[in-house]
Design a protein around this ligand. Structure first.
Ligand code: FES
Ligand SMILES: [Fe+2]
Length: 341
């Protein structure tokens, strides 16, 4: 699990002003909230007094109150009150803090920066770039839990060769009809990008965009995949964010934006289809775990497994660069990949 990156926390719509929720990310307990002014924040969800999760207490839009002894903290993590203190007490409330994590909202998604230790805001890396198609928040948002390590979720979702075997529903693929795919890839910040292309004619779901769409798919660390499709008239953008909850559990958030007006009334149907599709991805990697638990080695075979190889190389380079205090050097080179699917 890589540290020093922005991670997807939750859809912004799930946090109304004055709300705070518990989320576990990378094995760490977080309290993620939105203050009365609408700003998002994240704190370690542990009271520094005696370990009570702060999410068990109350948030009034300004301060969090621990449910055990009522210590209060502002949204920067600063302790503001210890109710039992008497006048003249030596305890310095101002020196007590709970760890704060940088949190930001991008196009209706809350991202939290998880570093090794507290990070100066001035040193934070850029926020993930999402294609802005002029829609401020996602029209569709689906969260799924995968019972597997983040790596299996990531490579399972980016795998270009499983479609004909896993996503065989009528609305996506008519069956095991396989076509030769040839796609150009290039390095992108902290990842790689499949250059803009026309999706295969056996990918039916794109037809709702009307006309022949062109799509661009990008991946970047820690586990963000974006897909942007456009025709002359419409645009569609999907973000898939893969976030480790702990070593064995992974959260996958799919958020979708579109400018196709007639798609909006069909949302329940579209949601149903998207859920089915994601469940297919979850079920296949969960079934794979039954084999992997016997320490099964993994073969990553060219060209279809090349994105998975890149993922592992990107991760390695990211941690090496951090350990050696040097700039990240993208290991991906411009390449054409060919496979059948
Ligand atoms: S444990 Fe939080 S105030 Fe005591
Ligand atoms: Fe899939």
């Amino acid at each position: 699990m890589l540290r020093g990156l922005w991670y997807y926390a939750l859809p912004g719509a799930d946090l109304r002003p004055g709300a705070a929720v518990h989320r576990q990310m990378l094995g760490e307990p977080l309290l993620i909230g939105r203050d009365a002014k609408g700003r998002v924040f994240a704190l370690r969800d542990i009271c520094p007094h005696r370990g009570m999760p702060l999410s068990e207490g109350a948030f009034d839009g300004r301060e969090v109150e621990c449910c055990y002894h009522g210590w209060r903290f502002d949204t920067s993590g600063q302790c503001t009150a210890i109710p039992w203190l008497v006048d003249g007490s030596e305890v310095e409330v101002g020196r007590i803090r709970v760890r704060r994590y940088p949190a930001r909202e991008v196009l209706g998604n809350v991202f939290v920066y998880i570093g090794v230790a507290d990070t100066d805001d001035a040193l934070l890396p850029d926020l993930p770039k999402l294609a802005d198609i002029g829609v401020a928040r996602p029209q569709l948002s689906i969260e799924t839990i995968f019972n597997c390590h983040v790596d299996h979720a990531v490579i399972g979702l980016m795998d270009p060769a499983h479609g004909s075997f896993v996503h065989t529903s009528w609305w996506w693929r008519p069956g095991r009809e396989m076509q030769l795919k040839e796609r150009a890839f290039e390095p992108a910040p902290l990842g790689f990008r499949m250059k803009r292309h026309r999706p295969a004619s056996n990918a039916r779901a794109y037809r709702f965009l009307g006309g022949a769409p062109e799509t661009e798919i990008a991946f970047h660390l820690p586990g963000l995949r974006t897909e942007h499709a456009r025709t002359d008239r419409y645009q569609y953008c999907q973000l898939t964010a893969v976030t480790p909850i702990d070593e064995r559990t992974t959260r996958v958030n799919h958020v979708i934006y579109w400018t196709v007006p007639w798609l909006t009334p069909l949302k329940p149907f579209f949601r149903h289809i998207a859920r089915r599709f994601i469940a297919q991805d979850r079920d296949i990697v969960e079934r794979q775990q039954r084999g992997l638990k016997f320490d099964a080695p993994m073969m990553l075979v060219r060209d279809a497994d090349t994105p998975a190889r890149w993922y592992f190389r990107l991760k390695k380079e990211f941690s090496d660069a951090a350990a050696e205090h040097r700039a990240f050097k993208n290991p991906v080179e411009e390449t054409i990949l060919r496979w059948r699917s």
